[in-house]
Design a protein around this ligand. Structure first.
Ligand code: HEC
Length: 206
């Protein structure tokens, strides 16, 4: 058997070269900067990209409301056993959309003559451009069956459709937004007396 190993002296220059190279790199004044391990760099990048769109201040990470709404739209919210699918979560943005507090208003005593005038105003004041009276959805909710119905607002709260809500809806259209509708109702020049006539008409739409 012949030995295939190199004689030791042949390796010596190589070893010397390597040591010299290392010595050349070493700078005794500043400690060598070790690059962070690749896993760490990647973990940091992942965290950065996940936090894109978040704001960091005073040690807290906050998320802009638009971003959180987008996340809810994408992923839904877990409400527990009853509401879990993203679709349902979208339809009911808040778990607080329970029945309105208090009792539904009693029946509205419609004055036929007032309802007649209200009907004319409903067209002349342009309500009819955005509200149907037959249950179909236009820009705004149909006002058929308005009186005494439970309205779920865009913020998840709910209330009974009564005279106060009707009046507010006309005078300050964006004070409360009906759920599922854009805040597209303009303030219209309608007097209190006209609002009363309109209400008699709307309340007659059963
Ligand atoms: C340009 C379209 C537009 C016009 C004109 C308009 N509305 Fe509206 N209205 C809306 C929209 C959209 C909503 C739902 C969003 C909201 O609550 O502001 C709404 C909501 C309402 C509500 C609340 C309904 C509910 O079920 O929650 C009432 C009541 C109402 N309007 C009455 C009227 C009356 C009365 C007039 C005419 C004097 C009128 N609107 C004119 C678009 C309109």
């Amino acid at each position: 058997m012949r030995s295939a190993r190199l004689p030791l002296p042949a390796l010596a220059p190589l070893a010397a070269l390597t040591l010299a190279g290392l010595a050349g790199c070493a700078q005794p004044s500043t400690p060598p900067v070790t690059p962070p391990p690749a896993e760490l760099v990647q973990a940091q990048q992942t965290a950065q990209s996940r936090l894109a769109g978040y704001q960091k201040a005073e040690g807290k990470v906050t998320i802009p409301i638009e971003r959180s709404m987008a996340l809810i739209a994408e992923q839904g919210i877990e409400y527990g056993d009853t509401l879990t699918s993203p679709k349902e979560a979208k339809a009911a943005p808040s778990a607080a959309a329970a029945a309105p507090a208090g009792d539904a208003p009693g029946p509205f005593a419609v004055d036929a003559a007032k309802a007649e005038q209200g009907k004319a105003l409903f067209t002349s004041k342009t309500c009819s451009a955005c509200h149907s009276v037959d249950g179909s959805k236009l820009v705004g909710p149909s006002l058929k069956g308005f009186w005494g119905r439970a309205v779920v607002l865009a913020d998840g709260k709910s209330l009974w459709a009564d005279a106060a809500y009707f009046t507010e809806s006309v005078k300050a259209p964006t004070a409360k937004i009906s759920g599922g509708y854009p805040p597209a109702m303009p303030p219209l020049p309608v007097s209190d007396a006209e609002i009363d006539l309109l209400l008699h008409y709307v309340a007659s739409l059963k």
